[in-house]
Design a protein around this ligand. Structure first.
Ligand SMILES: *Cc1c(COP(=O)(O)O)cnc(C)c1O
Length: 654
C-alpha cells in the first residue's frame, strides 16, 4: 500500500464515484465536465445529441460534423479502429491563423518587412501532412525546416513555391551541403544554419568547389531560460547553438574566405511548448542583440529566425503550466514584432524578414486518435455471498464481519483489519494450508471492504493518506484498442497530457471513474493522468459499458510529434490513418486513407521474413499430418489462418 504515490485529493472524482443517482444531465454538463470549451479552441464541441463534433470555420460561417459520423463512414468502408483521423481543414486553418496574425501584427506596428513561416518537418513528417502544408501554405509562402538529409529531400521534393524558405538545421555532412547548394543554384532560398563552427569549413569548401554561393545562417545559444518541460535544456544548458566566441570564429572564417556576404540569417530556438510569454519576449530581445551585432560585423543579414516554441493549450488552463500557455496567438505575434522593432530601431538596423518555425501549434489540433473500448474491469467484486459458506476458514468469516460492520466512523479500523486478515490468508496459502477457492473468496471480501471504505470516504471526518489513495487504486480499468507506445509516446516518455473523452453518449451522465489501459501487456501501457482545466485528473469519468456494446473515445491534439516517435512495442504497428475534408454544407469527404501496418509488415521491421515463416509453419504442419496428428484438411485450414493473420491488422479486430 505504501507504494501508492501521494496525489492531491480530487473531491470531484471521489464524490462522483459514490454518486450513482441518475440526476438531470445534459450535453452541456458533459461539455463542462470534460472542459472541451477550454481546450477545444472552438474546433471541438459537444452537440445537443451528446456527440463530439469538429467545427470548421468558413469565413463568418462554420460547419460541424460529429466525429461518430466519421467513425460510421470508416466502418462502412472497412477501416477499423484504432484510427488517426486527420482533419485537413484544421491544418489549413492553423496555417492561415499563424500567417494572418503575423500580418496583422506587422501592419499594426508599422513593421517594415514581412513574415515567412517554415514548418519543422520533424514535428510531423507524414507525407499527407507535409503535402498539405506545402500546397495550402504556398499562398503564404510557408516553407519547411529540415533537420536531416532525409528531411531536406522531403522539402526539396514537396515545396513548389520559390518564395518559400527552406531552413536546414542539424549536423550537415558534405552530401547534405551539396544537395542544399544545388537547391540554391535552382533559385530556392535554402539556408544552411551552422550549429557548430565545424560545419563552416565544409560549407566553404563545397561551395567553392561547386561554384555556388550558399545562404548561411547561424544558430545562437541564448542565455534566456524558459519555463515548462524543456526548462533544463534551455539557456546556457542548451546543447544546440553557438556560443558568442564560436560566433566570432564563424564570422572570421567567413571573412577569411570572402564569404561574409553569404551570412544572412540568425536563428534562435529557445525550446518547444513555451508556456510563458515573458520567456519568449526575453528570448527575442536577446536574439535581436545578436542580430544587431552581426550587422555591425558587416554581415548583410535580412532574416531573423525565432524558431519554434509557440505552445498549445493542452489542458485549457490558459496558464503558464507545462501543458498550457498564458498568451494567445495574436499576443505572441505582437510581442515578437514589437520586441524586434524596439531593439533594431534603437540600433538603426533595417527590419528583417521575421521567420518562425512553429511545429506543434501548426499541427497539434488537426489529428485525433480514435479508439474503441474492448473490455472493462470493475473494482467492486461481483456476486459476493450474503454469508460466508459453512466450510469457510475463520479468517474469511472475520473478513465478512469487517465488511458488515463498516461505518463512516470506523473506516481506518476496518481498513487495518481487512489488510491484516488478508495478509494472514496469503500466509496460509503460501504454506499450502488454504486452497485456491478459499483464497479467491478472501480476496473478494477484502476488495469489497476496500470498495465500501472508498464509497464512505466523503462522509468521514478525518482521512489518512493511505485511505485517500484508495479511490484511485479502485478505479475501473477501461481497456482501449490502441498502444500508448505507438500512438501516444509522449505520455510514456515525457508525461505529456492530452485531453481525452468519449465522443458519444454525452447526454448521459458518466457514472464510472476509470483509468485507461492499452493493448500492450506492459505496466506502462496505461493512461492515468488526464488534462483538465480545473487541474489534472487521475481518473477519467466514463459511461458504464455493457459487454459487446461499442463505446468510442478520442485523444485530441495529437498531431505533433506522436506519429513518428511511436515505436513497435509488442509489435503494434502504425494505425490506420484517414484524412477528411469537411465542406461548407457539412458534408465530408474521405480524401485519403492509409492502411496501417499489417502483421507481416511489422515482422519485417524486426528482420523476419514472413515468406520463410509461412514455409516453416507449413513444414511443421506437414510433419503433424505424417504423424497422424492432424488431417490434411485441418492442415489446409491452419495454413489459411496463418496467412490471414499475416495479412491482418496488428490491433484488436472484431
Ligand atoms: C523542434 C524544433 C522546432 C519546433 O518547435 P515547436 O515548439 O514544435 O514549434 C522548431 N525549430 C527547431 C530548430 C526545432 O528543433
Amino acid at each position: 500500500m505504501s507504494t501508492i504515490p501521494d496525489r492531491p485529493r480530487d473531491p470531484r472524482t471521489i464524490s462522483a464515484l459514490t454518486d450513482t443517482s441518475e440526476e438531470q444531465w445534459s450535453a452541456a454538463a458533459s461539455a463542462d465536465l470534460y472542459g472541451i470549451r477550454e481546450w477545444g479552441a472552438d474546433y471541438f464541441h459537444v452537440n445537443d445529441d451528446g456527440l463530439v463534433t469538429v467545427r470548421v470555420p468558413f469565413g463568418d460561417k462554420s460547419a460541424s460534423v460529429p466525429l461518430m459520423s466519421i467513425v460510421q463512414g470508416m466502418k462502412e468502408r472497412g477501416l477499423e479502429m484504432p484510427v488517426v483521423l486527420r482533419i485537413e481543414n484544421l491544418l489549413d486553418h492553423r496555417i492561415t491563423q499563424l500567417n494572418e496574425a503575423f500580418a496583422k501584427a506587422i501592419a499594426g506596428a508599422g513593421y517594415r518587412n514581412e513574415y515567412r513561416g517554415v514548418f519543422p518537418i520533424k514535428v510531423n513528417q507524414q507525407f499527407h501532412v507535409i503535402e498539405e502544408i506545402a500546397s495550402f501554405g504556398a499562398r503564404y509562402h510557408h516553407g519547411l525546416e529540415a533537420g536531416s538529409k532525409a528531411e531536406l529531400i522531403i522539402a526539396l521534393s514537396q515545396l513548389e513555391d520559390p518564395e518559400s524558405l527552406i531552413v536546414c538545421n542539424g549536423y550537415k555532412d558534405a552530401e547534405f551541403i551539396e544537395l542544399g547548394l544545388y537547391a540554391v543554384q535552382m533559385g530556392i532560398r535554402c539556408f544552411f544554419v551552422a550549429e557548430t563552427p565545424a560545419e563552416i569549413p565544409i560549407i566553404i569548401e563545397r561551395s567553392k568547389a561547386m561554384g555556388i554561393r550558399p545562404l548561411i545562417g547561424v544558430r545562437m545559444k541564448l542565455s534566456a531560460k524558459v519555463d515548462g518541460y524543456w526548462a533544463a535544456d534551455s539557456g546556457d544548458q542548451s546543447i544546440f547553438g553557438l556560443t558568442p566566441s564560436q560566433l566570432i570564429s564563424v564570422i572570421d572564417q567567413l571573412k577569411a574566405a570572402d564569404m561574409l556576404d553569404c551570412l544572412q540569417l540568425l536563428h534562435a530556438h529557445i525550446g518547444s511548448q513555451i508556456p510563458n510569454i515573458r520567456n519568449i519576449r526575453v528570448g527575442v530581445l536577446e536574439a535581436c542583440r545578436y542580430y544587431v551585432s552581426l550587422v555591425e560585423e558587416g554581415a548583410p543579414m535580412g532574416y531573423l529566425d525565432l524558431g519554434g516554441g509557440l505552445a498549445v493549450d493542452y489542458d485549457g488552463t490558459r496558464s503558464n503550466s507545462t501543458h498550457s500557455m498564458n498568451y494567445r496567438l495574436d499576443e505572441y505575434c505582437v510581442d515578437i514584432v514589437e520586441a524586434v522593432i524596439e531593439t533594431l530601431d534603437s540600433a538603426d538596423v533595417p527590419h528583417p524578414v521575421i521567420v518562425t518555425e512553429s511545429g506543434r501549434a501548426t499541427v497539434a489540433y488537426s489529428s485525433v486518435l480514435l479508439f474503441n473500448v474492448l473490455d472493462v474491469r470493475k473494482p467492486e467484486p461481483a456476486n459476493l455471498p450474503a454469508q460466508p459458506p459453512e466450510d469457510a476458514h475463520e479468517l474469511i468469516v472475520n473478513l465478512a464481519t469487517v465488511m458488515s460492520s463498516i461505518t463512516p466512523s470506523n473506516l481506518q479500523e476496518s481498513f487495518n483489519d481487512a489488510l491484516y486478515y488478508r495478509d494472514e490468508v496469503y500466509e496460509l496459502f503460501r504454506h499450502g494450508q488454504m486452497n485456491l477457492r478459499h483464497r479467491a473468496l478472501a480476496d473478494k471480501y477484502c476488495r469489497a471492504v476496500l470498495y465500501k471504505i472508498a464509497q464512505l470516504l466523503p462522509q468521514a471526518r478525518r482521512v489518512s493518506p493511505e485511505l485517500e489513495a484508495l479511490p484511485e487504486l479502485l478505479s475501473d480499468v477501461y481497456y482501449g484498442n490502441f498502444s500508448v507506445f505507438q500512438s501516444l509516446p509522449d505520455i510514456w516518455a515525457i508525461d505529456q497530457l492530452f485531453p481525452i473523452m468519449p465522443i458519444e453518449r454525452l447526454k448521459e451522465k458518466p457514472t464510472r471513474q476509470a483509468i485507461l489501459a492499452d493493448l500492450t501487456c506492459d505496466c506502462d501501457g496505461k493512461i492515468d493522468r488526464f488534462a483538465h482545466p480545473n487541474g489534472e485528473l487521475t481518473r477519467l469519468p466514463l459511461h458504464a459499458v455493457n459487454r459487446g456494446e461499442e463505446y468510442h473515445l478520442a485523444v485530441f491534439l495529437v498531431g505533433a510529434y506522436q506519429e513518428t516517435l511511436g515505436d513497435l512495442h509488442n509489435l503494434f504497428g502504425d494505425t490506420n490513418v484517414v484524412s477528411v475534408r469537411i465542406e461548407e454544407d457539412g458534408h465530408f469527404e474521405f480524401v485519403r486513407e492509409f492502411q496501417g501496418d499489417r502483421i507481416a509488415d511489422v515482422l519485417t521491421y524486426v528482420e523476419y521474413n514472413p515468406q520463410d515463416m509461412l514455409e516453416k509453419f507449413r513444414k511443421s504442419a506437414e510433419r503433424a499430418v505424417r504423424r497422424g496428428k492432424i488431417s490434411p484438411a485441418a492442415r489446409k485450414e491452419m495454413l489459411q489462418a496463418f496467412t490471414d493473420s499475416l495479412r491482418g491488422y496488428t490491433y484488436f479486430e472484431r
